[in-house]
Design a protein around this ligand. Structure first.
Ligand code: HEM
Length: 418
């Protein structure tokens, strides 16, 4: 069944199919490229490995002005790396990637493990925990410590709530959207204050920390970032790290829903954990698509791309492309044993090159945090999953289990409570 409005607009189909919107249409029409209107705005939609390769060609696409204004007011902010191109993007992206050394990723992993242990002590004394909320908070504590950002105990809840509101507002209207705007406004003021203090030397974080690196970063012309932009970039490190909580919850959901796959982890091998985490990132919905604008006119597979045209690359649909994955709707971590996926067919956090293009700066960090969470959940904790609504609604952005995953009887393995 097709769902078109009288204006040739696909908004209704988009609302109905959610994450699967581009995938369904392209499978139905046997094409990796089609044009449509969403909320009356024209878009070109792309899906699949070959399309991703075209989308990440910076000669053909640019990012300036590509982000939806509503997302800028909430999730992304204005002036950040996501909207830069060419040399300006390279310099700014280099700043982010300089934070992602193996040693710094290990530091974050260790800080996060310590937070898991502290949280588990608390959870043992509670009748139940809501995993999403708890992991958001523990990641907020860990990433702030790692980033050199001071966080008083009394402040943790507010900061976590603001990050969570920004993340949850990504595809929302109404109250959720406004909560996200409020969260962003307050978080930007706070982050700008931190940048000011570092520059005034009233706050002196270690020089390898994100706060120090961003406060002292100079753009291509040699100038410091203005305070607002520096604040947006600091939030571009803190906020998405808190968002990894969604992936942690999907990891716990997969352990619950796919016990056979969970058993393959019992030997505690790192490779098995790695495959499991990759399959979680492939299987579950997170970012539905990446957005760009056509930089210069070109043609691909019979479709004319005209300068300025808004284009969406289907991340979810490419990770569920049966030409690549065979049985995309089956959760099967072993698939990553044989083939690892490449830069264009496995793109939960964008495709292409981390340094040259717009692929997620925090992808390695995400994988590290997910592996740590998986290890902790399977080797350091026991818990039960009581009956609850675990349904993942593909029409909600960002998707998550409806209950946010409630755990009961949480115990540290080998220890008794009290
Ligand atoms: C929670 C899991 C995460 C997901 C699903 C995710 C997903 C994405 C996606 C889809 C993009 C855009 C790719 C594109 O436009 O082509 C992106 C960009 C980005 N991500 Fe992530 N991300 C995650 C975690 C992180 C983390 C932990 C960081 C922390 C440093 C981070 C920092 C960034 C930055 C700075 C960009 C902009 C890169 C650029 O424009 O060059 N992300 N992410």
């Amino acid at each position: 069944m097709t769902t078109h409005s009288p204006f040739g607009d696909s908004t209704l189909a988009f609302v109905r199919d959610g994450y699967a919107f581009i995938l369904r249409r392209s499978e139905r029409d046997h094409t990796d490229v089609f044009t449509t209107r969403l909320l009356l705005m024209p878009f070109v939609c792309l899906r699949g490995e070959a399309a991703a390769e075209v989308f990440y060609d910076s000669e053909r696409f640019e990012r300036r002005g590509a982000a939806p204004p509503r997302a800028q007011k909430t999730l992304l902010g204005e002036g950040g790396v996501q909207g830069l191109d060419d040399g300006a993007h390279q310099v700014r992206k280099g700043m982010f990637m300089s934070l992602m050394t193996p040693a710094r990723l290990r530091d974050l992993a260790n800080l996060t493990t310590a937070q898991w242990h502290a949280a588990a002590v608390k959870w043992e004394m509670q009748p139940q925990v809501i995993l999403l909320d708890e992991v958001q908070e523990l990641l907020c504590r860990a990433v702030c410590r790692w980033a050199g950002v001071p966080l008083r105990a009394a402040e943790v809840h507010l900061r976590t709530a603001d990050f969570a509101a920004m993340i949850d507002s990504a595809g929302a209207v109404g109250v959720r959207h406004w909560r996200g705007r409020l969260g962003r406004a307050r978080a930007e003021r706070w982050a700008a204050g931190l940048i000011t203090q570092v520059r005034a030397r009233t706050l002196t974080p270690d020089e390898e920390t994100a706060l120090s690196v961003i406060a002292h970063h100079r753009d291509g012309s040699g100038a410091l970032l203005d305070e607002h932009t520096a604040a947006v970039e600091l939030l571009n490190v803190l906020r998405p790290t808190v968002a990894v909580a969604l992936y942690v919850v999907f990891t716990a959901l997969a352990l619950h829903d796919f016990p056979e796959a969970a058993r393959s982890l019992s030997e505690g091998r790192r490779a098995a954990r790695e495959n499991f985490v990759q399959e979680v990132r492939r299987f579950y919905p997170f970012f539905p698509f990446a957005a760009a604008k056509v930089r210069r006119d070109f043609e691909w597979r019979g479709q004319q791309f005209l300068r300025g045209q808004r284009t969406l690359l289907d991340l979810y649909g490419t990770n569920h492309d049966r030409r690549t994955w065979g049985d995309p709707e089956t959760f099967r971590p072993e698939r990553f044993q044989k083939r690892k996926g490449n830069a264009y067919n496995f793109i939960p956090q964008g495709g292409g090159d981390h340094f040259q293009g717009h692929r997620c700066a925090g992808e390695w960090m995400t994988i590290e945090l997910m592996q740590g969470a998986l290890r902790f959940l399977t080797e350091e904790l026991t818990y039960t999953v009581p009956p609850q609504n675990l349904r993942v609604n593909l029409r909600r952005f960002p998707a998550r289990p409806a209950s946010r995953l409630v755990l009961r009887d949480v115990r540290r393995s080998g220890l008794t409570a009290g």
